[in-house]
Design a protein around this ligand. Sequence first.
Ligand code: HEM
Length: 352
Amino acid sequence: MTSYEKVKSRASMIEEVLLDRRMPPWDADPHVGKFANDASLSVADAQTLLRWVHQGAPRGAGDDPLEKIDPKPAPEWPLGPPDIVLRLPKAESIPATGVLPYRHIEVLAGNSNQAWVGAVWIKPGNRKIVHHVIARLKEGGVKDHLGGDEMFAGWAPGTTQGWLPKGSGKMLPANARFDFELHYTPTGAAQTDQTEIGLYLLAEKPGSRFESVPVVNTTFELKPGDADSQVSAMYGFTRPATLHSVTPHMHLRGRWMKFEALYPDGRRELLCSVPRYDFNWQFTYVFDKPKRVPAGTWVLASGGYDNSVRNPANPDAKKFVHWGDQTFNEMFLGWYNVAWDAEPPTQASVGQ
Ligand code: HEM
């Protein structure tokens, strides 16, 4: 977009993507909650843009400000040079075709002392084929309530990355060992990937520990042709925390998901609603004002799947679908991303 002419030539495409809400990409219901990273346009701004298109995309007076922009490549590390870089020990070779099981590769941080991490930035080595990366701490992390190793960092296209909320951090044990879970999706040509993760250390121990709490249901079944199979999962907070954001995760049949809190005083609050979930945008919805979650709060994630032929992304509407790793299987996973007031609980608190 380096000149008026270039933008004008795309005017009718801009109209199309605004009207069918493909752009800007943002899937949350605008009437529920306020989000710090909301990328959507206000109705007034969208109308201005549409009127401009309808008037024939007229040029304003004076010089073209776009021509003065010096287009720079995106920085290698948007947060600056990391203190520690976790790197796959060697480039992974990805064949041209096939369905690949997840790869698990050990990566050593090489830190001799315990440290606190304030930000994590995942740099996929090859965006054509990296479907997702999850780095789990092999030992010394917070076990999640399902008994899984701590998910230290995760990336998929559209992931919201940046500094953790002020005053919170993740503990990096001395000599930290990570398991990198890599899901690659072949594209028709052989590829390689050497993904890296940058860690940014805090000068001192933060007041609270940050954790992404998985609220998950692995036991559902979607029937062939069913356009709205509903699934839900709950989690009970046994300790107080501050809830900063939520992340819905489903696959291609995912249609909607919402996040609610049931407070101990009986209030029920709809925190975030994603009425038109899109697998291609793995957003984290960051609350404008973080929510206090007293001990005794239950959180509920509920969602629906469209396993019918009316869902254009559906890989196969004739199949029964269950939980599974591949995109043609499904997942029901809502992350509640919290900073614990004190230490995180170690006890499992709820089932599905
Ligand atoms: C007023 C705001 C925006 C407008 C008018 C706009 C417009 C467009 C248009 C016209 C296209 C081409 C669509 C096509 O060829 O089908 C496009 C593609 C794209 N836009 Fe935007 N966009 C906006 C904001 C954003 C934002 C905030 C992001 C990133 C967070 C983004 C990411 C993308 C990506 C990744 C594509 C390529 C999608 C694909 O090839 O499937 N856009 N946008």
